[in-house]
Structures are given as C-alpha cells and as structure tokens.
Write a protein of this length. Sequence first.
Length: 203
Amino acid sequence: MIVAAALPLVAEYGAAVTTGQIARAAGIGEATIFRAFKDKDELLDACVAEAVGTEHVLRELASISLDEPLADRLAEAAEALRAHMERMGTVVGALHASGHLRGRGPGAGTQDAQDGADTRDGAGPPPDSRTRSFSALRNAVVELIEPDRAAFRLSPEKVAAAFLGMLFTRSQTPLPEAEAPLTPGELISVLLHGTLNDPGSTR
C-alpha cells in the first residue's frame, strides 16, 4: 500500500519526494512508513523494485483471453508491455536524475527489469536479472500465441522474442519529431505480415 501510493509521487518528484507526502497519499501517519521501512532510501529502493518487477505485467498478460483473435491478443499484450516500460522508465529515470541511484552499486534496489531501466552508474539490474525478466515475458507471450502455432513459419518462442524485441526497440529508438514510432497495430502488422504489399514481388 505504501509503495503503491509512493510510485506516482516518485515519478513526479524523484528522490525529492518526502515521507510526509507519501504518508498523506497513502492515508497513514508518517510514523507508519518507518515501521515498514528503515529509512526513505529503503522505501525508494522498494519503489524501484516494484516499478521494474514483471509480476504485474505478467498477470495482465495471463488475463488476456485465448479466445480472442491473434492480432487482438497481441495488441492487448503490446499495450500492457508499453505501460510497464513507461512506468519503469519514469520511476527509474526520475530517481536517477535526482541522484538516488547514482553510485549505489549493481542492482541498486532493483530485481528484474528489461533494458528500459537506465544502467549507468550501477542504476540498472544485473544482466542475469534482465535475462530472467525477458525469459518470463517471452514465455508469457508464447502462451498467448500458442493456439496459433500451426500458422507460423517460426516457433512460438522465436515469434515471441521478435515481438518483444520490436516493442523494446520501438520504445528506445529516437526519431525526429515528424516521424512517429510504429503504432502497436503497425508493429503487429509487420510481425504477422511483413512490410511488403506482395511478399512474392521481390527477388
């Protein structure tokens, strides 16, 4: 409850957020925070762990109905993953910018994140944690597309890895202001149908 109340404040104020602000948002007394956490740094580390953890997004992916058409399933997955990466980047970025994560050693309160978390100055999770996170997300996407296994030229594992790779690249690739990144619908269309109007039209 405390971490959930703190997350939007941390995203807005970074390490400058006060425990008084967090207590008011959570509807508790400030002393209650220090019964759960030894100090504000420990609370902020818990916020980072929650922001980069995959448990919430994995639950969302598992809740997508397998009875829906494949493109709709992937669109819902793309939106859930976009929201996850946005929250992770906002929280970690705000804390890094305000100095909380600098020089705090590998991991710095994180547990599993994708590459969306800033890894400079030890702010990001260790590589094995990122690998476990990616594997968990890939497996969740595999379950979503498994009913259509026969329709793919590649294994569901490779399709899921390509889907995640396209999503993560989309979120991190800087583009001129006039060039919008691929929409989730466009990304899914490329994944499922390629970019050629007629796949047999080129040599």
